[in-house]
Design a protein around this ligand. Structure first.
Ligand SMILES: Cc1cc2nc3c(=O)[nH]c(=O)nc-3n(C[C@H](O)[C@H](O)[C@H](O)COP(=O)(O)OP(=O)(O)OC[C@H]3O[C@@H](n4cnc5c(N)ncnc54)[C@H](O)[C@@H]3O)c2cc1C
Length: 289
């Protein structure tokens, strides 16, 4: 299996990368870790005329813990972010999710930002960005814009990144006070894309009452599906909240699982993730600002 012919570019600076991409327009594709793009090329499901390899852009290989959250540069590999103690302290859901992404060898190459732009509805990181309300920074010569997660994922394998734009970084908001997170999924084999997965974020007050509870579901629709279950959780408890999640998603049948099985799994995983996130939030009371 060989890719269709393309012109290869290896820019040495972000400015040069943006110029090359802008000139290539719809014919241009960024090559980051290549863990999704190279298989697509080899299977001839994509045939860009120009590949712009960003692997020499050391200025994008960054993980910065800012007061409000974690900013991940476009060349930071999954493994680097997973191992970052600062990132895990500021937003534990990043490490919880990254441990579920593929295998270590793929995490050594694949990038967090590449996964976001690839926008696979079965992938963990788009779900994390959606649940946390993060954003992606996109740039072209003379223009930079931050796109909130709510508008970034536009369909299966479709994002708001336009032809000619380079994603520079992604921002994941920090975990708030008295908040907890958890991520649970079921895959056929360890490291496979999940048949179903749920990440939860729960916030408590001083009396350990729930003040916010949200989940995001993967492999449950064309984009990550965020469901706010605060009302259900407060009134009826976690089991009812999880049932609500299962009822509100619209999964599809495919060769891996039926829609009914995905719905069932999502309910079970939502219950598990919400309880674990709440327990984590309760354990943090008094130790977090
Ligand atoms: C066997 C296998 C199993 C996997 N399992 C999982 C899994 O369980 N969960 C999961 O989430 N992922 C999984 N992946 C995918 C992996 O996480 C990829 O690394 C990730 O999806 C894409 O990151 P990348 O850096 O390799 O991007 P690439 O493959 O280089 O690019 C992917 C797409 O994003 C675009 N892109 C990348 N970076 C930029 C940028 N800076 N600006 C603009 N566009 C950009 C590319 O043009 C391309 O369209 C798996 C991959 C393999 C091979």
């Amino acid at each position: 299996m060989k890719p269709p012919p393309f012109e290869y570019h290896a820019p040495r600076s972000v400015a040069e990368a943006m110029e090359v991409l802008a000139a290539a327009g719809p014919e241009g594709k960024v090559l980051a870790g290549g863990q999704s793009l190279i298989p697509l090329l080899n299977m001839r499901l994509a045939a860009p005329g120009h590949l712009v390899d960003v692997n020499r852009l050391a200025e994008l290989d960054t993980v910065e813990v800012e007061p409000g959250g974690v900013r991940v540069g476009a060349l930071a590999r999954h493994a680097r972010v997973e191992r970052s103690a600062g990132a895990a302290a500021a937003q534990p859901l990043l490490r919880q999710a990254l441990r579920l992404v593929a295998h270590p060898v793929i995490r050594n190459r694949g990038t967090v930002v590449g996964s976001l732009v690839h926008a696979d509805p079965a992938a963990e990181l788009p779900a994390v960005l959606a649940l946390l309300g993060g954003s992606v920074r996109l740039a072209r010569p003379g223009a930079v814009r931050d796109v909130p997660a709510a508008g970034f994922f536009t369909g299966p394998l479709e994002s708001a990144a336009e032809p000619g734009e380079l994603a520079l970084s992604a921002f994941f908001p920090a975990l708030g006070p008295r908040c907890g997170t958890a991520f649970h999924e079921v895959a056929r084999r360890h490291g496979d894309y999940a048949l179903a997965g749920v990440a939860a974020l729960v916030r408590l007050d001083d009396g350990l009452r729930v003040t916010a509870a949200r989940v995001v579901c993967v492999s449950a629709g064309p984009v990550p599906v965020v469901v706010d279950v605060t009302g259900h959780a407060c009134a009826d408890g976690w089991a009812a909240a999880a049932r609500d999640v299962a009822e509100r998603i619209e999964p599809e049948d495919d060769i891996h699982a039926s829609a009914a099985y995905r719905r069932h799994l999502t309910g079970v995983l939502a219950d598990r993730a919400l309880r674990e996130a709440a327990a984590s939030a309760a354990g943090d009371v008094g130790t977090r600002r």
